[in-house]
Design a protein around this ligand. Structure first.
Ligand code: URA
Length: 295
């Protein structure tokens, strides 16, 4: 028994977004076992029922797949880049069998390393990114200078950025063994370190580390605005030199090597789904129905 609502079946099968599938059903274009079904509450058993759109059979939806990538620096978060830059699509399985339709859940900047999720389950992706779900992402940042207690307090309460105040965040200055562990996790990445000046004209990571005038900061965020961690730290006078995402909700990278991916274990997939609240009103939260999350 693999029962689900008809619009979910169609969206999961890749017909269109959940909302567009509802319109197809209401328009009387969908049939189940040869009979037109036009009410939206109808359920089907994906293992048994034959669903058709405009008379053509719709193959049953595949089991959703979610993977994690340990993203290296130097890769843009997109599945294809018209400008030809290295992109994360080169690092994950794609377009083949059960991995067809794999999309990144959210985004990491090109020069950010760490945990990036991909899923074929658009509903899960949208739910995970919705601020109301409060899924925390933990970032480790190497910053210029050492934030004092006041700066940490400001970051924790919220700072004003060009797109408004940030929500309260968990911010800690890391010292001793914690700083060493952060240094290990951030690692040295050829594209993120080196002697070159950073693209924004600021001092290179190597120069900052040599000077000793730097610190490690942990930032736990439940929002996901563009370059948010970098802009927050810049706003309190401590530009980011290197940034790494250590965890996403209940998931962390463990010993996954940089540049490698792996499928979530069933326990990880279940805990992620629980953290996302997927299924409970996900449709209402998502403006795009079943399409994969792309930003
Ligand atoms: N915040 C940033 O500034 N960059 C990222 O890549 C992720 C979060």
């Amino acid at each position: 028994m693999n029962e689900m609502r008809l619009q979910k079946y169609l969206a999961r099968a890749g017909v269109a977004s959940r909302r567009a599938c509802e319109e197809l059903i209401a328009a009387g274009r969908v049939s189940v076992n040869g009979r037109v079904v036009s009410e939206l509450g109808a359920k089907v058993d994906a293992d048994v029922d034959e669903v058709a759109l405009d008379g053509a059979r719709v193959e049953p939806p595949r089991e959703a797949v979610t993977i994690m990538l340990h993203k290296p620096a130097g890769y843009v978060t997109t599945m294809s880049d018209p400008q030809g830059r290295p992109c994360v699509a080169e690092l994950v399985p794609k377009d083949a069998g059960r991995f067809a339709g794999l999309y990144p859940v959210g985004r990491l900047d090109a020069d950010t390393t760490g945990l990036l999720l991909f899923s074929t389950d658009g509903e899960l992706g949208n739910a995970l990114l919705h601020p109301r779900m409060h899924v925390e992402k933990l970032y480790l940042a190497l910053v210029e200078g050492t934030p004092d207690a006041r700066a940490v307090e400001r970051l924790s309460r919220g700072v004003r950025l060009s797109d408004g105040m940030t929500a309260p965040a968990e911010v800690r200055l890391l010292e001793g063994a914690q700083a060493q562990q952060a240094a290990r996790l951030i690692g040295s990445d050829a594209a993120a370190s080196g002697n070159a000046r950073r693209h924004d004209g600021k001092r290179s990571r190597a120069a900052v580390e040599r000077s000793g005038a730097c610190a490690y900061v942990a930032v736990g965020l439940r929002e996901g605005r563009k370059r948010q961690v970098r802009r927050m730290l810049e706003a309190v006078g401590h530009p980011v030199v290197a940034l790494h995402r250590a965890s996403f909700g209940p998931l962390s990278l463990g010993d996954l090597p940089r540049g490698r991916w792996r499928e979530l274990t069933p326990a990880e997939a279940a805990s992620l789904k629980a953290a996302s609240g997927a299924g409970e009103g996900a449709k209402e939260r998502s403006g795009r129905g079943g399409e994969p999350a792309r930003s």
